[in-house]
Structures are given as C-alpha cells and as structure tokens.
Design a protein around this ligand. Structure first.
Ligand code: PGA
Length: 262
C-alpha cells in the first residue's frame, strides 16, 4: 500500500480562536499533492468551526470519540449520526488515554468500532501496550487481546473503513521514551499477523496500520519508510501548523520514493 496517512489528534487542546487559526494555517499550507491522506481531529466543540474552514480543502475531518448509539438518553455523549452531520469522515476509537484514564474496556470499544463502521465512518482503532507490559514481554499478548476483543464480530464488508493505530503507551507525549522505527515495524508485523488470523491474509495486506507516539518532523520519515507503517497519528506536533505540515511533507516524499522504487 503506497498511500500514506497523516492524522492529527488535537486531544483536549485549543480554544475556538486557536482551532480557527490552526485549521486555517493547515488549509493554507497543505498544497495540491494529494498522495498523502490528511485528517485532523479537533475536540467536539470545534468540529463545526474547523469543518467549515476545511470545506473544499483536501483535509478530512475526524472526531476523537463517539458513543455507540444512534441517539438516545445519553447525557453528555455524541453519536455517530451527529459526527456525520458535522462532516466527519474519521473517528479515533480506543485511544490509550480513554482506555487508561477513562477506563474504557475492550468490549465497550468494540461496540464503538462496530457502530462507527456501520454508520459509515472510517474508524481509526488504537491499540498499544504500557511500559510495564513491554518490559514483562507481554506486548504480543496485550495487542492480540485488544485486537481480538476490540474487533470481534466485524463484518468483512466494513474492513475497508478500518485502520489501526499502534500507539505504545510509553512513547506517547512527553513520556521521555521513544519507540524506534524498528520497534514500530516489528510490532506492526505482529498486528498484521493477528489481523490476518482474524480476517484473512488478503484483508491483512490491505489494512492500513499507523504509528503514533512522539512523531515529529525530524523522525516522521524514519517511521514512514518502515515496511508496514502506513501512516502516523500525531498528538503534540499536530497543534503547530508548521510542524504538522512538515510531517505531511515527509509523507509525500516517502510516498514518492516508494512509488519510484516499485
Ligand atoms: P503524541 O501523541 O504525538 O503527542 O505522542 C500521539 C497520540 O496520543 O495520538
């Protein structure tokens, strides 16, 4: 798969004014090369604002979460229908901050993935191990569990709308730890193998697996050039238009060199 993805996860950052400036700057600087798929995922309150600014640009809009029901008495929650209504194409699900800080279980995330896909959203399903789990050689066990439980019961027809983000919890944000590109490549192979066991070799080969965790303009191309790394999910550096656009540029260069090498 030559097409690369660069996805910005703004988390719970920005004011309305900052969201406006950031999305305007990204839209102004994105250029015309569409060989990389680009999406930004602002906080819920700014989806509409950012969506208006991005309209007509080649940058897709995504959300950071959803509640797995079409509508109902779920105070404070946001449905897939609402996200589609606001122009979202993507939704991030199972992010480690939601798993670990908000206690989301594999079963609950599974409901979200199923509902998102059947509503027509593209789900970016996040998985990853903690530092303790990696040090205890449990990485494969943890990822297999997150995959088997989080993706349980998905129909083959919806798989083209699913991508996976491998985000080692220990490498996210200012943890002080960084995964090496080799660790990312090795772990992506483990994930692809497990996915193949679940959904068949063919689906595994076309599955996009992104890497996330302290990706920045300096290291983005080293991740993106690894076999089996199809994109990057950016937290901190997606809040700065210049840094984010530099990562998009790294994706464009990698796509070009892989196409030339093919
Ligand atoms: P980071 O976050 O780029 O700040 O490490 C990535 C993420 O949590 O999606």
């Amino acid at each position: 798969m030559a097409q690369k993805f660069v996805i910005g996860n703004w988390k719970m950052y920005t004011t309305a004014a900052e969201a406006r400036h950031l999305s305007q700057a990204i839209a102004a600087g994105i250029g015309t090369d569409d060989s990389v798929t680009v999406a930004v995922c602002p906080p819920f309150p700014y989806l509409s604002l950012v969506g208006e600014i991005l309209k007509g640009s080649r940058i897709a809009l995504g959300a950071q979460n959803l509640y797995p029901a079409k509508e109902g008495a779920f105070t404070g929650e946001v449905s897939p229908t609402m996200l589609l209504d606001l122009g979202c194409q993507y939704v991030i699900l199972g992010h480690s901050e939601r798993r670990h800080k908000l206690g989301e279980s594999d079963a609950f995330i599974n409901q979200k993935v199923r509902v998102a896909l059947s509503a027509g959203l593209d789900a970016i399903f996040c998985i990853g191990e903690t530092l303790e789990q990696r040090q205890a050689n449990q990485t494969k066990t943890v990822l297999d569990r997150q995959l088997f439980q989080g993706l349980d019961g998905l129909s083959a027809a919806t798989l083209t709308h699913l991508s996976i983000a491998y985000e080692p919890v220990w490498a996210i944000g200012s943890s002080g730890h960084h995964a090496t590109p080799q660790q990312a490549q090795e772990t992506h192979a483990v994930i692809r193998h497990c996915f193949g066991q679940m959904f068949g070799e063919r689906s595994a080969q076309t599955l996009a697996i992104h890497y996330g965790g302290s990706v920045n303009p300096k290291n983005a191309d080293t991740f993106l050039k690894q076999t089996g790394v199809n994109g990057v999910l950016i937290g901190g550096d997606s809040l700065n238009a210049e840094q984010f656009l530099a990562i998009v540029q790294a994706g464009i260069s990698q796509t070009q060199s892989q196409v030339e090498a093919a």
